[in-house]
Design a protein. Structure first.
Length: 580
């Protein structure tokens, strides 16, 4: 499995703790293996021989061995848990870093629900398996093999029964594992589905209530939940047979051993203490096999989870950092944005989202982008922000291909307002300083003034320290958009991207905001995506997109005259007379 090198590297980082753990486990098992022998000596050389001093001698050794076993067991479990939790922590960090390095198209390909499951449930399954492995996988073989050797030392003939019992157990466990592994693969996919449906329903609860679709959504969730439950029950039934099967085989072997052993004791070929010791060693073998059975029960699901984590961690970064980044000039006017025959398509899709997009945008210029829904407007912004890379052609900033610019350097020149104005939980101050941690309060208030958000922030009891709920749900849609715009303005960027960022504003607020923005970002190149003509008609040039292609690229007046697509959009929003 490809994740093994990752786990090995994580395990190797804890090699000293693991060495101590292994020594503790070796000592623990050794003490366990000595106890039945001491017990036989107590019976045969002490009780039956009526020798109290021998009873005290070997009884004391048994107590000492038990104490050593207890102490070493506690230390081993503590060390194993600590190592496993730290490995789980590191895997979660790896998954988190990987997710934040994925292209937007890759995130959509995995699905948000699946990514959350891989970072939580899948890592938990692997972490639990590591705990079991570190605390049992060493003990079980040593205890099983050591128990068998010690049992043979007690009586060779009785040990022949183990040659029958152990292969039967291996056959049972192997068969159950092979049948359960595919079910766990299906189960993790169904868990992704449950998470996705639940997340969608929580985010869309207003729509569900508005359209009285609670019953319909309940059926969707019940279907996903039932599928998961049915598969889990099937897998659980298979794996639940492991322990009873192991116990049944070993108990039958124990009964047979007692029957044969009693005959040998009666005939004088075997001492009572030796028979009891032999049965104790068989019990240790049973415990070892049951430990392996517990590992086998957990192994299939852990392997499935490990493969899912590995699929994510080994997926190639479509927007990875360049091997040899090219430096951009320091912040300041002069960066020129250019699209050169850019095309983009999602992996596996038959049709491209964008085809042959070419335009340029200089410092101080404003570019408006408009077009029908689904024409590819937001995709252009995503390419500029390098959330995706073009499938063909290239996008340059300051003459440098975006793929050759370090992500940190690119981000320092961008002020980005996404289509969905998402705000992280915290305070208004923390929200605004997201892209500029060094900004002072004067800079924050200035950005709020430009974004037309200062009035409602001042009205809050705590002002800049007012709380922001996750997603900004304690603000209206228009307020969230203005806060997102202010957050971008605090960055004082060279290139601003506004992806349909004025859609929730009334026309009066929109007009005031655009007037304030014009002076604020006069030094920078600005891209404004909008569905409303009023938001972009004053742009230096307007890029009209239709079906992923350029339908027009000129100022407003020229497009009205020469671009039928744009003229139709204007007529639909302002009326034929205004268009004329």
């Amino acid at each position: 499995m490809n994740i093994a090198p990752r786990l090995r590297s994580r395990v190797w980082a804890h090699r000293r703790m693991i060495a101590v753990l292994l020594l503790c486990q070796l000592g623990q098992v050794s003490a366990s293996l000595l106890l039945p022998g001491f017990s036989a000596d107590v019976i045969d050389r002490g009780i039956l021989a009526r020798a109290p001093e021998v009873i005290w001698q070997f009884g004391g050794l048994m107590g000492l061995a038990s104490l050593v076993q207890l102490l070493l067991s506690v230390v081993a479990v503590m060390l194993g848990a600590r190592i496993a939790f730290q490995i789980g922590r590191d895997l979660r960090a790896d998954v988190f870093d990987k997710v934040h390095g994925l292209a937007l198209s890759q995130v959509q390909g995995f699905s948000v629900g699946s990514l959350i499951t891989r970072c939580t449930n899948d890592v938990l399954q692997v972490q639990t398996m590591v705990i079991m492995a570190l605390t049992m996988i060493v003990i079980a073989p040593i205890m099983g093999v050591g128990g068998a050797i010690m049992a043979i030392r007690q009586d060779v003939k009785l040990s022949g029964l183990l040659l029958v019992a152990v292969p039967v157990l291996a056959l049972i466990i192997g068969n159950l594992t092979l049948r359960a592994t595919p079910l766990f693969q299906i189960m993790q996919g169904q868990l992704d589905r449950v998470n996705a449906v639940l997340r969608e329903q929580i985010e869309g609860i207003r729509v569900i209530r508005a359209f009285l679709q609670k019953d319909r959504e309940a059926v969707r969730f019940a279907r996903a939940n039932t599928d998961l439950t049915r598969t889990a029950i099937h897998a659980g039934r298979l794996m639940s047979m492991t322990m009873p099967s192991v116990s049944a085989v070993m108990q039958m072997a124990s009964v047979a051993l007692i029957r044969l052993g009693a005959d040998r004791v009666r005939s004088g070929e075997l001492e009572v203490g030796a028979l009891i010791a032999f049965l104790s060693y068989v019990s240790l073998i049973l415990i070892a096999v049951m430990m392996m059975g517990m590992l086998v029960v957990m192994l299939p699901r852990a392997l499935v989870s490990a493969r899912r984590i590995d699929d994510l961690l080994t997926s190639p970064l479509q927007v990875g950092p360049p091997a040899h980044p090219v430096a951009l000039p320091a912040k300041g006017p002069g960066l020129h944005l250019r699209f050169e025959d850019v095309g983009f398509g999602y992996p596996g899709a038959q049709n491209r989202v964008l085809e042959e997009i070419t335009f340029d945008l200089g410092p101080g210029e404003v570019l408006g982008i408009i077009g029908p829904t689904g024409s590819g407007k937001s995709t252009i912004v995503n390419l500029i922000a390098r959330l995706n890379d073009p499938s063909e052609g290239r996008v340059t900033l300051g003459g440098v291909d975006l793929r050759d610019i370090a992500p940190e350097a690119l981000a320092s020149h961008l002020g980005y307002v996404p289509q969905k104005a998402y705000l992280f939980s915290g305070t208004v101050r923390e929200t605004l300083k997201l892209g500029a941690p060094e900004a002072d309060d004067a800079m924050l208030w200035h950005a709020l003034e430009v974004a037309q958000a200062a009035d409602f922030i001042r009205a809050l009891p705590d002002g800049l320290d007012a709380p922001v709920a996750q997603g900004g749900t304690n603000f209206s849609g228009g307020q969230r958009q203005r806060l997102a715009i202010a957050r971008a303005l605090v960055c004082d960027a060279d290139l601003y991207l506004f992806d349909d960022s004025f859609s929730a504003l009334d026309q009066a607020t929109d007009a005031r905001l655009r007037a304030a923005l014009r002076a604020e970002v006069a030094h920078a190149a600005t891209v404004i995506v909008s569905q409303r003509v009023l938001s972009i008609r004053e742009a230096d040039r307007i890029l009209v997109i239709e079906h992923g292609r350029v339908a027009g690229f000129a100022p407003h007046e020229e497009l009205l005259r020469d671009c039928p697509v744009y003229a139709e959009i204007v007529r639909s929003q302002t009326g034929a007379e205004a268009a004329a």
